[in-house]
Design a protein around this ligand. Sequence first.
Ligand code: HEM
Length: 360
Amino acid sequence: MREERQLPMPSWKSDELDSPIPPASEPAYYDGALGAWVLTTHADVLAALRSPSMVMDGSKAATDEDMRTLERMREETIAALSGPQLRRWSDTMKPFVEERITLLPEREVVDLVGAYLQPMCLQLAAIVTEVDEKDAARLRELAIPVSASAAEPSDDGLREQARAVTAELQACFHAKAKTLRDSGFVALSHTLPSLLANGCYALLHYPKQWTLLHRKPELMEQGVEELMRYGGLSRYLRRQATEDMVLAGVSLRKGDRLILRIVAANHDPARFVCPNDLEVLRRGRGQLTLGAGPHACVGAGLLRMAAAVVLRPLLMRFASAEHGGSVEWMGGSGFRAPSRLPVVLHLQKQSSETSNEKTS
Ligand code: HEM
């Protein structure tokens, strides 16, 4: 359960995907204005995520009953997202994706978010959360304040609107697993397109990486991992110490607050070689975009499947892509992603693409 009290919102420009300056990894420090310890290195952030002596900030002290409820919720979701079930959803999605991909024009400007990522994620959201396709677009519209409030948690107006529509949304979903009802629908129809839009934005700046995935679609799974690392989404997670302890080289007191900078940890040179380059051949997981430890995203398997199902056909059909105009961004201190991503897609590789350098 979250407390209603509002915590100060951090905002680091260098966490933004279009920032010319990447985030820096530095030793843990106390930020008086935020009233929290700030952790940026991969090792420190991972240690906090894995620590049994940390709760999500704002949580009431977890009772044994709370822990059992959370454990039941995780088990129920894991059972609902079994391997065979993910494969069935993936197969169900294929004809929709294949049809939509043929509608994307070549050599003219198209908004990749509006024309492809959003409709495909909405289709998946309807299938997974078992709502009628006819209702899905209306429910997505209704859920806008919920997603917008998660993207900009400092906006009181959005939070009020989100609260007002949540009850209405909840009544519309009846899937067996609670996490595959309204919250799952919002995550799949709003948050997932944002995650994928960040990935596509990153690929536009690394044309050779786009072409590599085009030529070798078998690299898609590790490519998705790298897109999540490089493009990311959640800018930070919050924690609170439940006892006195030493973590990240600092002595924490019970009740101390921590801000874990996920984007910075994903760009830590001590963990990732050349962290500010997109490199789809990079091996190994370790990216923290979906969290880690006891509260790691329980929808991670579904998201990995979804990312591959949506991105693979796009990258297989088009050999290259370039920016087609100004990118519009949505969100803020929670997460940020293109809401409009104009691109020009090419069936053939363009001869000008000779560099793996990040283009401006
Ligand atoms: C792009 C979409 C998504 C992103 C970026 C995302 C990211 C995350 C992150 C970073 C956490 C860790 C929170 C923390 O440690 O404080 C988390 C937790 C969680 N996610 Fe996701 N998630 C997404 C979609 C989903 C979906 C589709 C589901 C439902 C199946 C889901 C269910 C959960 C649950 C239940 C938790 C809490 C787990 C716990 O407290 O033990 N997420 N997610």
